[in-house]
Design a protein around this ligand. Structure first.
Ligand SMILES: *Cc1c(COP(=O)(O)O)cnc(C)c1O
Length: 400
């Protein structure tokens, strides 16, 4: 990059995020942008709108800055915020046509998977779930001419399976299909799917992007503003799955600290994963940062600067002991969701119900910003106490 007295190199993404792109309010010179609550805008005498805005559903200015920032962080050309991650994801599928064929990761966010199964039936979408970590299986599922979309989640909930984004993009593009990536867990701090060839990136902004467990929001970022993107935008405008302006404002505030939060959580998660990898009461630690993890090599390539703040442990003594471990934590919160400043633990099989593919002995952990030693101590004592009751799986009936 050229440099002279009046120029500095283009700031790093971390710097752009910290300053929310550095914009200062035109009118007041405020560093923090105003919150625009107005739902409507004055029409000019000639019937036009000189501001380019007429009504809040498509045009609230409070969306502009978080959308611009997310576009930049993901390396895309446009971003749309939604009222939730589910609203963002479903807008993509609702922009497909009946009869279109979709290939989706078998391991993915539970609520989206169940919605997709129901929606496919009523909308006439042909959805096929495959193990997208297996590139041969993915390639074999493609039907050139009718496959319109490949949907992957990586790392995938809650086993953190890693799909090779670049390879999936090649396979999708060879069949003239788009590749969409649910990148909620990786965040643009660790992975930029568009750089690896994806066409769309989706986020539950409820999670790391906002990061404080106090906003429900979603986002889509596109590589190109093509006709499909226009359909997604029209769906958002007409379906009205918009977040409130205050949520957009809070989201921008959360994004300013995204890089430090994700890096800290990733470092702590790695430390915790390493600690429990050899633990006598734990049979498996599922974490892409462990060299023994199946997708580690791909993760090391497509995730930069860390492997994320999500990990799962499988309790050796079984399902009842896992439930009891979660019941015995004292610092970590028992709650669903992820990506917040506070660490959370959850027995996913209970949440997902009888048809879940998730093992009964699995506990999902979202690592927050507490000191890792405190989290390790808490898990140690919870595992110990659960072990005293359920230590011998043959002696205690399986619950949970
Ligand atoms: C939470 C989550 C979603 C859904 O997002 P909401 O904001 O809860 O609607 C989708 N994908 C992943 C990976 C998630 O963690």
């Amino acid at each position: 990059m050229s440099k002279n007295n009046s120029e500095i190199p283009v700031p790093a993404h971390e710097s752009l995020a910290a300053q929310a792109l550095g914009k200062v309010d035109d009118v007041t010179r405020a560093l923090v942008p105003p919150l625009h609550l107005s739902t409507t805008y004055e029409r000019d005498g000639d019937g036009g709108y000189r501001s380019g805005r007429g009504y809040t559903r498509p045009h609230n200015p409070t969306y502009d800055e978080p959308e611009s920032l997310l576009s930049v962080l993901e390396g895309g050309t446009d971003c749309l915020l939604f009222s939730s991650g589910m609203a963002a994801a479903t807008a993509v599928f609702q922009s497909l046509l009946p009869g279109d064929h979709v290939v989706a990761s078998k391991v993915m966010y539970w609520a989206l998977r169940s919605w997709l199964i129901d929606f496919a039936m009523s909308w006439g979408l042909d959805v096929e779930f495959v193990d997208t970590t297996d590139l041969q299986a993915l390639g074999g599922a493609m039907r050139p001419g009718s496959t319109r979309l490949v949907w992957i989640e990586t790392p995938g909930n809650p086993t953190w399976d890693i799909t090779d984004i670049a390879a999936a993009a090649d396979i999708a593009h060879a069949a003239h299909a788009r590749l969409a990536v649910d990148s909620t867990v990786a965040t643009p701090v660790l992975t930029r799917p568009l750089d690896w060839g994806a066409d769309l990136v989706m986020h539950s902004a409820t999670k790391y992007l906002n990061g404080h467990s106090d906003v429900l929001a979603g986002a889509l970022v596109c590589r190109e503003k093509d006709s499909f993107w226009n359909r997604v935008r029209a769906w958002r405008r007409d379906g009205g799955a918009m977040l409130g302006p205050f949520e957009a404002w809070l989201l921008l505030r959360g994004l300013r600290t995204l890089f430090v939060r994700v890096r800290h959580s990733s470092q702590s998660a790695l430390q915790i994963a390493e600690h429990f990898a050899q633990h006598p009461l734990v049979s498996h630690v599922l974490y892409p940062g462990l060299p023994t993890f199946a997708g580690h090599e791909i993760a090391a390539r497509q995730m930069q600067g860390g492997f994320g703040g999500m990990l799962s442990i499988r309790v050796k003594a079984g399902g009842a002991a896992a439930v009891s471990t979660a019941a015995n934590v004292m610092l970590i919160k028992r709650a669903t969701s992820l990506g917040g400043v506070e660490s959370l633990i959850e027995h996913r099989a209970t949440v997902e119900g009888p048809s879940t593919p998730v093992p009964q002995d699995l506990l999902r952990l979202s690592i927050g910003l507490e000191t890792p030693a405190d989290l390790i101590n808490d898990l140690e004592q919870a595992l110990d106490r659960a072990h005293h009751v359920h230590g011998d799986p043959a002696a205690a009936p399986m619950g949970g």
